[in-house]
Design a binder for this molecule. Structure first.
Ligand code: NDP
Length: 425
C-alpha cells in the first residue's frame, strides 16, 4: 500500500477531510456516507443503552494520522473535547514514524474474576480443597458461559490467596474479542455455591477485577535525535531533559498524576471512539501505576547517548474489546473500527498503548522545551472566540487579536468580536 500523504490534513474542512479518506479508500462506502451525513447514535438505541435517557450527547470525533505500528499504517480515531490533544498525537506520530515507528508486544489477553470468601473456619484447609477442585471449578465456570468456549476462549486457571479475613479465589478467563465483564461475572457467580461448600465460608461478592494484569501490552519506540532538533547539542539536551522528566514522574506523585493524565488524553480518546469502557481501562491502569506501593509515571524514557537515540516505552493493562458492550450499537463507533481497519482486540490494544506513548512524548517534549502554554495559548484563544459567539469566518481574526491582547479572557474576546462586527456594519 502506498503511503497516504497527510500534509495539510489539519488545515482542511471536515468535508474535505472526509473526501481525503474517500480518495485514499480509507473507509468503506457505507461508513463514508454515515460520516458525511454525520449519522449519530439514534435516540431509540440510546434509550436502550442507559436509563432515564433525555437525549444524546456529542463530542468531537477526530483522527490522528501517521501512526506506524509494527510496520503497519494506522489512522487512529479519537473522541476528545480537549484542544491540542489530537494535534499533539499527530505531531508525535510523525516524528516517531521517521525513526521506524512503534514496536509492540501483547504479553497476554485474559481477564481475572474474583470471589471473596469470609468467615472461613479453616483457611489453610479451604485453600487446599479449592485448589484440589480446580478442574471441577474450571468446568463449572465454562458451563456457565458455554458460547465463549465454542469461540475458543473460556476459564483457564484458578489461584487462591488468603488476605486478612478473606480467602480470595481468582479465576483467569480467555474472553476472546470481548472485554468480558458480563461473562466473567456470570462465571464467578456460578462458582459461589461450590466455593462456599468447599470452604465452609460465606461469599461476600463475585465479580470481575479491572486490574487486568493478564492483559499487559507494551509499546516501544526509539527516536533518532536528528528528529528532536536539527541542532545536535539542543537535541541531546532535550533528550536528557525528557529522560529526567520521566524519572521525575517515577519519584514524585504530584508529577506522576499529571504525567499519566497526559497519557490518558490519548488513551481515553481512542478507547471512547472504539466504544470501550474507559472507566475500566483507567481503573486498571492507575492500579498498575501503583503496583509497587507508590503511584508512578506509567511510561519510561531513556536517552541512549551511545546510540544517540531517545528510547520510550509504555506498558499498560489493556483489556480492550472489539465485540460486546455498546460496540455494535453506535454508528460512530463502527466508523472508528473501520478507520482502524477492523483490528482484532490484541491489535487494537497495541494501537491504543502506542497512542498513549505518542501523547506522552509530545507532552514531555513541549514541557521540557517551549513549555506547555506556548502551544495552548492559541487553542485557548480559539475556545474563547467560540465561547464569545464568533462564527467560522470571524474566529481567525478574533484569535489573532486575542493573542496580542493584554488579558486573554472571555471579556476581551467579546469586546474584540463586538468591535469587529461594528466595523463591518
Ligand atoms: P457483553 O456482555 O456484550 O458480552 C460480549 C458478548 O459478545 C459475548 O458474550 C459473546 O456472546 C459476544 N461475542 C461475539 N463475538 C465474540 C468474540 N469474537 N469474542 C468474544 N465474544 C464475542 O460484553 P462484555 O461481557 O465484554 O462486558 C462488557 C460490558 O460490561 C461493557 O459495556 C462494560 O461497560 C460493562 N461492565 C463493566 C464492568 C467492569 O468493568 N467492572 C462491570 C459490569 C459491566 P455470544 O458468544 O453469546 O455470542
Amino acid at each position: 500500500m502506498t503511503k497516504v500523504n497527510w500534509t495539510g490534513f489539519s488545515k482542511k474542512s471536515p468535508q474535505e477531510r472526509i473526501e481525503h479518506l474517500k480518495k485514499n479508500a480509507l473507509l468503506t462506502s457505507n461508513h463514508l456516507q454515515d460520516l458525511q451525513a454525520n449519522k449519530l447514535l439514534g435516540l431509540e438505541t440510546a434509550n436502550q443503552m442507559a436509563e432515564n435517557v433525555l437525549g444524546t450527547f456529542s463530542l468531537p470525533f477526530a483522527t490522528a494520522p501517521d501512526f506506524l505500528i509494527n510496520d503497519k499504517d494506522y489512522l487512529v480515531p479519537m473522541v476528545t473535547e480537549e484542544p491540542s490533544v489530537v494535534a499533539a498525537a499527530s505531531f508525535a506520530a510523525k516524528i516517531i514514524r521517521r525513526s521506524g515507528g512503534f514496536q509492540t508486544h501483547v504479553h497476554d489477553r485474559k481477564m481475572i474474576g474474583q470471589v471473596a470468601l469470609y468467615d472461613v473456619p479453616n483457611v489453610k484447609m479451604a485453600e487446599q480443597k479449592i485448589l484440589d477442585s480446580s478442574a471441577l471449578l474450571l468446568s463449572q465456570a465454562n458451563e456457565a458461559h458455554p458460547s465463549i468456549v465454542k469461540r475458543g476462549g473460556g476459564a483457564r486457571d484458578i489461584r487462591v490467596e488468603a488476605k486478612e479475613e478473606f480467602l480470595i479465589i481468582y479465576l483467569t478467563v480467555d474472553t476472546q474479542e470481548a472485554m468480558g465483564a458480563n461473562m466473567v461475572n456470570t462465571m464467578m457467580e456460578a462458582l459461589v455455591p461450590t466455593l462456599e461448600e468447599l470452604s465452609e465460608g460465606q461469599a461476600l461478592m463475585a465479580i470481575l477485577s479491572n486490574y487486568a494484569t493478564e492483559s499487559l501490552v507494551t509499546s516501544e519506540c526509539s527516536i533518532d535525535l536528528r528528529f528532536l532538533s536539527r541542532n545536535k547539542e539542543e537535541a541531546q539536551n532535550l533528550a536528557r531533559k525528557m529522560e529526567l522528566a520521566s524519572r521525575l514522574a517515577q519519584v514524585d506523585v504530584y508529577r506522576a498524576s499529571t504525567h499519566n493524565k497526559g497519557i490518558f488524553n490519548g488513551i481515553d480518546a481512542v478507547v471512547m471512539a472504539t466504544g470501550n469502557d474507559w472507566r475500566a481501562i483507567e481503573a486498571g491502569c492507575h492500579a498498575y501505576a501503583s503496583r509497587d506501593g507508590q503511584y508512578r509515571g506509567l511510561s519510561n524514557w531513556i536517552f541512549d547517548e551511545e546510540a544517540q537515540v531517545l528510547k520510550g516505552s509504555l506498558t499498560l493493562p489493556m483489556p480492550i474489546a472489539t465485540r460486546g458492550g455498546s460496540i455494535g450499537l453506535n454508528p460512530t463507533v463502527k466508523i472508528a473500527h473501520d478507520l482502524l481497519g477492523q483490528p482484532q482486540a490484541r491489535e487494537l490494544a497495541a494501537v491504543i498503548v502506542s497512542l498513549g506513548l505518542a501523547q506522552n512524548f509530545a507532552a514531555l517534549k513541549a514541557l521540557t522545551s517551549t513549555g506547555i502554554q506556548a502551544g495552548h495559548m492559541k487553542l485557548q484563544a480559539k475556545s474563547l472566540a467560540l465561547l464569545a459567539g464568533a462564527s467560522d469566518s470571524e474566529v481567525g481574526q478574533v484569535v489573532s487579536q486575542l493573542l496580542e491582547a493584554k488579558h486573554l479572557n472571555q471579556e476581551t474576546a467579546q469586546a474584540i468580536l463586538h468591535k469587529l462586527r461594528n466595523i463591518k456594519n
